[in-house]
Ligand binder design. Sequence first.
Ligand SMILES: C[S@@+](CC[C@H](N)C(=O)[O-])C[C@H]1O[C@@H](n2cnc3c(N)ncnc32)[C@H](O)[C@@H]1O
Length: 265
Amino acid sequence: MGEQRRVPLGVDVTQMSHARAYDYVLGGKDNYAVDRDGAEQVMALAPDLPVVAMAQRRFLIRVTEMCARLGIDQFLDIGTGIPTSPNVHEAARAIIPDARVVYIDNDPIVLLHNNALLAGDDGVVSIQADVRDPDEIFKHPSVRRHIDFEKPMLLLFVGLFHLVDDEDDPPALVARFRDRLAPGSHVMISQFCTDGSDPAAKAKIEEISEHSTASMNFRTRAEIEQMFDGFEILEPGVVDVQEWWPDEKAPPTALKVAAGVGRLN
Ligand SMILES: C[S@@+](CC[C@H](N)C(=O)[O-])C[C@H]1O[C@@H](n2cnc3c(N)ncnc32)[C@H](O)[C@@H]1O
């Protein structure tokens, strides 16, 4: 009940939110009972879910750093989630101090937390928008102010497309963005992968997601590779997220996330 009274406007605590459940899995505090309950039901079958979530965060930071070292100074992070430190702007700005970052998510709680955190941080903004409407993103005043589409950028779709249904056609959505990118731009994509995932844990997360903010769409590695159409897929390819040039070895997990990075030549 105490939790109910603090609920910000526009936030529904009766329905599991993927942004908030992911925050819980990562050890965050910006979540509610319905999110924790959903995450716990999955972790009863896949107790190592936090391992794969942390590996995905490390992948995100590693690729951000790699791109910043290449001189890329603008970052469009779509499906950014509730802020977790280090985040993209911290990693990028450690290398390029005036790097610009636009964080995008369609869950209102993300905007709420990001705005509180980023207030006064010049060159870093957070907006509420949906990846399924690329035009809304391209014409958004904050995107236009911070991102120069004539110059290379890193486009992040990390842990996002399993929350986008086949009928919304993720490869076609990526292509809409690709067609706006300058050569030298990079795209990073990760999502839950059918290949090698424990069937019972996969079925549970799919079942729980039916009552959440978005349904869950596992995809095969081959289907995920299709999202990189028109990009050169960098080594080591589309692989388990723990295997994307890790600094340290993480053990294999019950639920698999496949991850890759593409470059537009
Ligand atoms: C699993 S979290 C990943 C967060 C972060 N990218 C990371 O890897 O740590 C997925 C995020 O995608 C957001 N999301 C889901 N569907 C979306 C959509 N159609 N457009 C924009 N964001 C979406 C969710 O609200 C959630 O915050």
